[in-house]
Design a protein around this ligand. Structure first.
Ligand SMILES: *Cc1c(COP(=O)(O)O)cnc(C)c1O
Length: 383
């Protein structure tokens, strides 16, 4: 079977986890700050907070930015549901900005138009969460410019994009955002089994996120509101969560990060090879000259005449033991979001993208031979 994505675990990764098992710490200990510092270094961000998932990171990033009841958060309909759910966890409302069909990323034009309308109606978003689909950054400079003009904060959902670049800088440096969020789920670029992280350049935001990660509790002398009762003393300042990462996960993540650039370059090499050999009746997601994608996913778009074959393509791949997939079902079409009032037709380009997209297998250990099998079954299904 050829899976659509798969982790690469080597002996160093195994040894890193075993050494934690034999150490004094299993849960959050010295390996977590090591992992955080490795992420900050790779991304060029001042601060990093590791968490037990990207979903937790998105939730805490929203809370640290003050998202609550009465606020609205905007994100992309072409994403995993976590990008939208985080706003609802905070008691806020969520809305979507349509995508460009050719990239699947948030459309800056649509964002601009919606902001002008929202301003007139007094319904401007507090936070916008662009999603770097498949590992290619959104146009962050343009989104940031609108953020300054309309006064919203920005969380980049870079779950697909560690090791990717935008304007020759690593995604996660937060030049154009308040926070960047990464996921280390095994199908993503690097893994810590379950895990996530956020980066930021703001000391205040990093401190808020750190507090929220662990019950809103602190024992740091400089943060205490009352006089310490003794060496056991800690204080709860906010309603936080248990979103901590374990040392086992952090050790695996740190070991994996040493290969992040190799993984991304191998993914790029395989993606280029797919692009050169694709049948004429489909195209690949358009790549911006400003971006170097991490290629978490390789997504093709069937041309309009072939889109009626989308389901057959995925079924044929699967009957040939190749896991073709589809990322993503537009979030506003999920029954839960339909119950919140969203309708088919609300975000037409996201719906067109969904009608034409197919995800082909891509991971660093995919062989040329397996890739050729995928291409051959794909051509057959489209013929
Ligand atoms: C995987 C993913 C998430 C959630 O990541 P977890 O670490 O599984 O919580 C959020 N957003 C996007 C775009 C994702 O692909």
């Amino acid at each position: 079977m050829i899976p659509y994505g798969k982790q690469d675990i080597n002996q160093d990764d195994i040894d890193a986890v075993l050494s934690v098992l034999k150490s004094d710490w299993l849960t959050q200990g010295p390996k977590v700050p090591e992992f955080e510092s490795a992420i900050s270094t790779i991304c060029g961000a001042h601060y990093c907070v590791a968490l037990n998932s990207a979903t937790s990171a998105l939730h805490i990033a929203c809370l640290a930015l003050g998202v609550g009841p009465g606020d609205t958060v905007w994100t992309s309909p072409i994403s995993f549901v976590a990008s939208a759910n985080c706003a609802l966890y905070c008691g806020a409302d969520v809305n979507f900005v349509d995508v460009e069909t050719e990239t699947g990323n948030m459309s800056v034009n649509d964002l601009k138009n919606r902001l002008a309308i929202a301003k007139a109606n007094n319904t401007l978003p507090k936070v916008v969460i662009p999603v770097h689909l498949a590992g290619q950054s959104c146009d962050m400079q343009a989104i940031h410019k609108l953020g300054t003009e309309y006064g919203f904060a920005i969380i980049e959902d870079a779950s697909h994009a560690i090791g990717a670049q935008y304007q020759s800088q690593y995604v996660g440096n937060c030049q154009y955002s308040d926070f960047t969020v990464f996921s280390f789920h095994p199908v993503k670029i690097v893994t810590s089994a379950e895990g996530g992280a956020l980066t930021t350049n703001s000391a205040t935001l990093a401190e808020k996120a750190t507090l929220l990660r662990s019950h809103g509790i602190t024992n740091k002398a400089e943060q205490l509101k009352h006089e310490s009762h003794g060496p056991w003393y800690y204080e709860q300042h906010q309603l936080g969560y248990n979103y901590r990462m374990t040392d086992l996960q952090a050790a695996l993540g740190t070991s994996q990060l040493q290969r992040v650039h190799d993984f991304v370059s191998q993914r790029n090499k395989l993606a280029k090879r797919y692009t050169e050999k694709l049948p004429d009746t489909c195209s690949h997601l358009l790549q911006s000259g400003q971006c170097y994608s991490a290629y978490h996913l390789y997504v093709i778009l069937l041309d309009k005449q072939s889109s009626n074959k989308q389901r057959a393509v995925i079924e044929t791949l699967r009957s040939n033991h190749i896991i073709g997939h589809l990322h993503y079902i537009p979030i506003h079409l999920q029954p839960y979001y339909q119950d919140r009032g969203f309708r088919q037709g609300d975000f037409p380009r996201a719906e067109e993208y969904y009608a034409r997209a197919v995800t082909l297998p891509l991971h660093p250990n995919l062989t040329f031979d397996e890739q050729d099998q995928v291409l051959s079954v794909l051509s057959g299904a489209l013929a």
